[in-house]
Design a protein around this ligand. Structure first.
Ligand code: S3P
Length: 428
């Protein structure tokens, strides 16, 4: 396991970091190719391991997958009707595949790595069983055994705001008999709906009628925009390091995915979204950010689904602000690639902030941070969030398990060293 020594050089960040293609959109467009036989061409497909895992699963299912740099071509029918699928570290791969396979004839086993095998799967298996699926989990976790069969539509009022659960049900609904209706307590990211051409009504119910929802090959091909969740680390870094500024072009500007910028604006940070244009059913834009004083955050349960992947970096920013920030309704952070709530509180406390958490909330009193040794438990977003904290701290920090960033952002350390030369040393 390698570690990164981060040295806050005091030099500002400038430039335009290279971003991976959006992870959620890469997964969805690739997985939806299972519903068509023609060529699906995806440009700027995410080079993160999670999205490569999705491609390997598609290959196992019999799709032909050609990869050249970040261009992926998916062809032909999924011919395999049984087998084991290794979902690696990727919750999106496992949960969306569960929805897709539950309604197809065949027998499959979904497996995951150590981290994914600790994450809850009943949240997906339960609504799918109500649709008639036969799924057995290992005590609510992976491995999961799926015996695919014809499903029927349901009305499901979910207690969780989760895009993965919602997408699994909608993908299952595509091949089910009859209409499916789905509701969640607060809106989560809605890329699946956008690709399928459906949306929530005024009361938040999403209706999918398989007789009217056709997945068409030419509507799946796309240029994947830059990942705004990867961009968040750079926005945070320039806001925290004196005299920094940057510009990122071609970033996915779907409003729910830019909720973290709204949170920053309400904490007094100046960020600009400009040059917006429509691209393959989404909005894409340029994000401009610069060094800025930062106030406190006060996020409630209703804000959490929109910033679910940016909470680690928002927590880091709050630790660098003067005052007390509160994050309510964040228990889902315990169920991500690691127990993020605990790792954030521990790491930020080590760096000199006062961070406390209970089952469902996180409170941080910010101040001047100092360097520390940080455990990541192999969680990519924890590693990158603490790299940002380390840049804004006094003295060197050590970040463990640095390879884990490859899950979503393989070039992160190179880009960091390019943005702030001399700030990163990787020790094998
Ligand atoms: C994702 C949804 C989010 C997010 C994950 C990707 C998706 O999870 O944390 O990184 O692509 O659907 P939930 O909305 O299921 O919590």
């Amino acid at each position: 396991m390698s570690r990164a020594i981060i040295t806050p050089t005091g030099r500002p960040l400038h430039g335009s970091p290279k971003l991976p293609g959006d992870k959620s959109i890469s997964h969805r467009r690739a997985l939806l190719s299972l519903y068509v036989d023609g060529d699906v061409v995806l440009e700027n497909y995410s080079d993160g391991q999670d999205c490569q895992t999705t491609l390997s699963c598609l290959e196992r299912l019999g799709k032909r997958v050609e990869r050249t740099d970040n261009r992926v071509v998916l062809t032909g029918p999924a011919v395999s009707s049984n087998g084991e699928l290794d979902c690696g570290n990727s919750g999106t791969t496992a949960r969306l595949l569960m929805g897709i396979l539950a309604g197809r004839e065949g027998e499959w086993i979904l497996r995951g790595d150590e981290s994914l095998s600790r994450r809850p799967m009943e949240r997906v298996a339960d609504p799918l069983r109500r649709m008639g699926a036969q799924i057995t989990t290992a005590g609510g976790r992976l491995p999961a055994w799926i015996s695919g069969r014809k499903l029927h539509g349901i009305a499901y009022d979910s207690s969780l705001a989760s895009a993965q659960v919602k997408s699994a049900v909608l993908l299952a609904a595509l091949s089910a008999e009859g209409v499916t209706r789905y509701h969640e307590p607060f809106p989560s990211r809605y890329h699946t709906e956008r690709i399928l051409g459906i949306s929530a009504d005024g009361e938040g119910w999403i209706t999918l009628d398989p007789a009217r929802t056709r997945v068409e090959t030419d509507r799946l091909s796309a240029v994947v925009p830059g990942d705004p969740s990867a961009a968040a680390f750079w926005v945070a870094a320039v806001v925290l390091v004196a005299d920094s500024s940057l510009e990122m072009r071609g970033v996915l500007a779907n409003p729910i995915r830019l909720s973290y910028l709204d949170a920053l604006k309400s904490a007094g940070v100046r960020v600009l979204i400009r040059d917006e244009y429509a691209s393959y059913g989404e909005t894409v834009a340029t994000i401009e950010a610069q060094y800025s004083p930062i106030g406190c955050f006060n996020l409630g349960r209703e804000n959490v689904p929109g910033v679910i992947d940016e909470l680690p970096v928002l927590a880091v920013m709050s630790a660098c602000s003067d005052g007390i920030s509160t994050f309510h309704g964040v228990s889902e952070l315990r169920r991500k690639e690691s127990n993020r709530l605990q790792l954030l509180a521990e790491g930020l406390t080590r760096m000199g902030a006062l961070a406390e958490h209970d089952e469902d909330s996180l409170t941080i009193r910010g101040g001047a941070l100092h360097g520390a040794e940080i455990e990541t438990h192999g969680d990519h977003r924890i590693a990158m969030a603490f790299a940002v904290a380390a840049l804004a701290a006094k003295g060197n920090s050590v970040i463990q398990d640095v390879e884990c960033v490859a899950v979503s952002y393989p070039d992160f350390w190179e880009e960091l060293d390019r943005m702030v030369p001399g700030s990163v040393k990787i020790e094998l």
